[in-house]
Design a binder for this molecule. Sequence first.
Ligand code: ACM
Length: 618
Amino acid sequence: MFPARFGTLLATGLLLGAPAIAQQAGPPLGLVPLPRAVQTSAGTYALPQQVSVYAAGPAAQNVAELLKGFLAPLGKTVALTTNRQAAQIRLLPAAAGASGGPEAYQLVVDKSGVSITAAGGAGLFYGTQTLLQLLPAKAAAAARVPYVRIADAPAFGWRGGMLDVSRHFFPVSFVKKYIDFLAAYKLNTFHWHLTDDQGWRIEIKKYPKLTQVSAFRKQTLIGAQQTFKTPADFKYDGTPTGGFYTQDQVREVVAYAQKRYVTIVPEIEMPGHSVAVLAAYPELACKPGPYETWTMWGVIDDIVCPTEPTFKFFEDVLTEVCGLFPGPYVHIGGDEAPKTRWKESAAVQEIMKKEGYTDVEKVQGWFNRRIEAFLAGKGKKMVGWDEILEGGIDNKATVMSWRGEKGGIEAAQHGNDVVMTPAGYLYLDAGQNPRPHSPDEPLMISGYLPLEKVYGYNPLPKELTPAQQKHVLGPQANLWTEYITTPAKAEYMLFPRLLAVAEVAWTPAAQKNYAAFLPRMGQQFAYLDAHNINYRVPEPVGLDSLSMRQQGGQAVFTLRSLVPGARIHYTLDGHMPDETTELYTKPLAVPQGARLRVRAVTIAPNGRKSPPAELLVR
Ligand code: ACM
């Protein structure tokens, strides 16, 4: 399911002797993530309105079926044909001896049409995603594909995106859309954060109160929690909220993801982030309840007690979860589990005595190992946040490094597989505005994570030897949803940064280049518009002191927009620019010493406006 990383270019022969990336005249092809090897040549192939597709074998037929849906918005119909010669698009099994694994593909466009060759369905699927990026984003009179030869394979086998559906519940329709986002950009792992203090989101037949009680909370904190001094200052909306996925819906999502070569990693949090469980089943706590599903954010002392009824509960839950999710991994959380209640618990003291522990953290390791053995009995591998290291792990657990890279480095050195998801680089709930809590942004958690920082992340820490680096399965972006209340807001936080994540995950670090990424990324906005994705329109680039030139007592700024066809409007008096304020047409020269607040916005071709870039010029 998760092929090993590729150390070498595809040994397909297709591009032997060619430079890794051929130079091409004219604008870049706009491909994200950047393929390993691209050769363009003069000419284009016109895809007709009625496209015939030759699909050899069941995987190719699955991809051909999906292609019908992908090409429909372009006004094209797809019919399968058994006549390979007559087909405009050919989905072909890789020739015997081809290497690169099931996710690698070759895409050739020439006067005979489009050929995608791959050893597996995933590779054929990724070839079609690349093809779609070569076509216009929406129905156009002429759908011409440039002649090109592409050989491509991912840098990492785990290319993940997490969605927290506990803090806010997202409908199945958006979960599928999120999977579409991942698949379109060649990410292959959907980490579904299904349970947390604020809501349990998966139907478990044996424990009906999980969906009757734990799936709902009576109200939600209003505003940014971090801006209040004490809980006494908190205000709540007084509105009950919640929701859950039925097992039928889970099966529907699993099938949807499978067709798109996305593996789902379900997360069932334990022993922390579990007060919603205690709201329904208080007997699993160390202290008598009652408890309620949490209505604020953060870390709560009330966690499950590591007693036999708790093991029975989670084993029953995991039995149903393992039956629903065919992927090899199950995530058990393990993060942010305060030991306050465990320290006070006679039952925990008893365990410590029996196991010879003096450190209560070791009890969590003991708990995890028992759950891990249970999962192994179901043929599943356990994943946990990096706190699982603190209780002691064997070398089979997969560690998700979120508190920086330290846990990931330690785990890889210990011989454990690792997924890199350091909060400072890959937590996409952090803001995209350099001004903290800018009034120009929607409410969000603190932190600043610009596109460039995401793009620059290298999942292979240099502290690791090449042998240890092999334990790094890949990177993953996480979207926590304390303040992300709607699909539109999720899209605002995801895009365009998810495009940078895609390249971190797919493209070898040596081929990455931020300046070259930006125009390729720019070409994706048309696709995001065509799919009605509420991306954050990036503010103009260049309004900063580093980009300033001084000329004759003036500060001169050369601005540009990352969105093709966008216009930049500005003001010099601190007012919010819009369509009615000055249009930027040439480098902006402002007198120095005048203390002017310069603000500039991008207005995208779709009419949407960016937050302002701004600078106080002294
Ligand atoms: C986490 O962000 N608590 C894994």
